[in-house]
Design a protein around this ligand. Structure first.
Ligand SMILES: NC(=O)c1ccc[n+]([C@@H]2O[C@H](COP(=O)([O-])OP(=O)(O)OC[C@H]3O[C@@H](n4cnc5c(N)ncnc54)[C@H](OP(=O)(O)O)[C@@H]3O)[C@@H](O)[C@H]2O)c1
Length: 263
């Protein structure tokens, strides 16, 4: 199947590591020119060099804090200046602070709202005029399984990301006739630095080892294992493609059957 991605241009947030990095790599493999953004320039440079070497696609790096609107404006503008177009947004950022619903502080809420709610609106607002100019595009939001089922210590993840689900549905309505598809992808337990650090703090709370906590997380899934970032990135690659032209406003889990709800 030709994904019709050759020569397209994408921005991938949080692209130096984990899920973002895997998405950038899969898109680059399909001939997409990619800008990756995160806060640590050295990690970005290393990821860009590795992705370029393995795929032959051009990778631009943009170092900045995606919690800030100004970074997002400059990220989009400099990508369009460098590549002359923009087709795909993979809206991915760091996760919200670990917190419980009853005790989350003002500061934790404030970071979570910037990072896990407003970020998605800002990325879309900056990108949509460029996508329209191209005659269409794709917006893919990386959320979390917490929009279906809570996880202890991640109350702010579900609370903010449910807002993104509603936002994406409205946006899909507004831009569907411009051939812009907007979808959400929700990881469950996929092995990355972030997941490992969440599991480590949970292991401490429970007084068990990190290996035991990982085994518990694996056992909770239908497939009996933790996921690999590529297993999410392949779905993102498809949703970014020309073949995903009648899928919009949806939310799709990549969780190995972790979530137990029927719908
Ligand atoms: N892995 C999972 O199983 C899982 C499950 C549910 C939800 N998620 C969500 O998926 C997203 C990606 O998670 P991940 O597991 O891939 O995390 P990760 O391995 O920790 O990678 C996060 C990436 O985002 C960058 N980043 C973090 N904060 C940033 C900021 N404020 N501005 C710019 N870049 C930032 C990091 O680089 P710098 O630190 O250098 O900026 C890094 O490149 C998160 O929102 C996470 O909550 C993941």
């Amino acid at each position: 199947m030709d994904l019709e991605l050759q020569g397209k241009v994408a921005i991938v947030g949080g692209g130096s590591k984990g899920l973002g990095r895997a998405c950038a790599e899969v898109l680059a493999q399909e001939g997409v020119k990619v800008t990756i953004c995160s806060r640590t320039k050295a990690d970005l440079d290393q990821a860009a060099a590795e992705i370029q070497d393995s795929t032959g696609s051009e990778v631009m790096v943009f170092a900045g804090d995606l919690d800030k609107e100004d970074t997002i404006k400059k990220l989009v503008a400099s990508t369009v200046a460098r590549f002359g177009r923009l087709d795909i947004m993979v809206n991915n950022n760091g996760g919200p602070p670990l917190a419980r619903a009853a005790t989350a502080t003002e500061d934790q809420w404030s970071v979570a709202v910037q990072r896990s709610l407003l970020f998605f609106a800002r990325m879309s607002r900056e990108a949509v005029p460029h996508l329209k100019k191209q005659g269409g595009g794709r917006i893919i939001n990386i959320l979390a399984s917490t929009v279906y089922q809570p996880i202890p210590n991640l109350a702010l993840s579900g609370a903010t990301r449910m807002g993104v689900v509603a936002f994406a549905k409205s946006l899909a309505d507004e831009v569907g006739r411009d051939n812009i598809m907007v979808n959400n992808v929700c990881p469950g337990s996929i092995l990355t630095d972030r997941m490992l650090s969440n599991v480590t703090s949970r292991a401490k709370e429970l007084g068990i080892s990190v290996d035991e906590a990982l085994a518990q997380r694996a056992k909770e899934t239908a497939v009996g294992r933790i996921g690999d970032p590529k297993e999410l990135a392949y779905l993102v690659g498809f949703l970014a493609s020309g073949k995903a032209s009648y899928i919009t406003g949806t939310t799709i889990l990549v969780d190995g059957g972790l979530v137990r709800s029927v719908l």
